[in-house]
Design a binder for this molecule. Structure first.
Ligand SMILES: [Zn+2]
Length: 233
């Protein structure tokens, strides 16, 4: 439902990774926030795992707590878990249109990064809020839901987000600093994130707060120039 937002856009060329639905997940508890207990992303195989039994149990708990419909809650929760895990996959694979990539390289002096190394070296304290931010931007910009549906989905998202450790929720620091309705924001965020292995969320946040507007301005200019050049060919 929500994943195609990543797939079909002018700039973003995300090919959704394979999903594996586990009807019965092992009993061990994974470290991390609730999103990554109800599902997880395996970078080595680039596969999204959805833990069906855990989602059903958590959906029931959530519906009781919020006094809302259980089936609807569980279906939305499942979509949100998929969205979180595909956001991990998107950060990992960083698939964008070639002409946008070329424009980005003019703007950001990005070192050639080994995508596996980058993801494996990044601390969860940076990776998780970044993943949540991508999921949130996708939700904010989706056009497939009407107002009432969107409010419900957002309510479930906010509620589950509150159940995560504090560091997952740090994405909220950034939402007022960047335009959330622009695809340039997603591209700029992606490239800033992948510039280096950030040591801490504060380091990443400080870079965004002092450089984001500048980066996005340069990115728009480079993209316009690139487009004019391509149009002439
Ligand atoms: Zn996660």
């Amino acid at each position: 439902m929500l994943i195609p937002r990543f797939t079909y856009s002018k700039f973003i060329r995300y090919v959704p990774r394979y999903e594996c639905i586990k009807i019965e997940c092992p009993r061990y508890i994974r470290n991390g926030g609730i999103w990554d207990i109800l599902g997880f992303y395996e970078p080595k195989t680039e596969m999204v795992i959805v833990c069906e039994d855990r989602i059903v149990k958590h959906g029931r708990r959530l519906a009781n707590q919020l006094k809302v419909d259980e089936l609807k809650t569980t279906l939305v929760l499942r979509e949100l878990v998929r969205l979180h895990e595909h956001s991990h996959a998107y950060l990992h694979t960083a698939q964008i249109a070639e002409h946008v990539k070329a424009a980005c390289l003019r703007v950001i002096n990005m070192e050639e990064l080994n995508k596996d190394t980058w993801l494996f070296d990044l601390k969860p304290q940076v990776l998780e809020p970044l993943t949540e931010l991508f999921a949130y931007i996708t939700l904010k910009n989706t056009h497939i839901l009407n107002k009432e549906e969107k409010n419900f989905v957002m309510r479930i998202f906010e509620e589950v987000d509150k159940q995560t450790p504090n560091y997952y929720q740090k994405w909220r620091d950034i939402i007022n600093l960047i335009p959330l309705d622009s695809e340039f924001s997603i591209i700029a965020l992606l490239y800033i994130a992948r510039r280096k292995v950030w040591n801490s969320w504060d380091e990443f946040y400080n870079f965004i707060s002092s450089n984001f507007n500048n980066v996005i301005k340069k990115l728009r200019k480079a993209y316009t120039l690139m487009k004019i050049t391509l149009d002439k060919i």
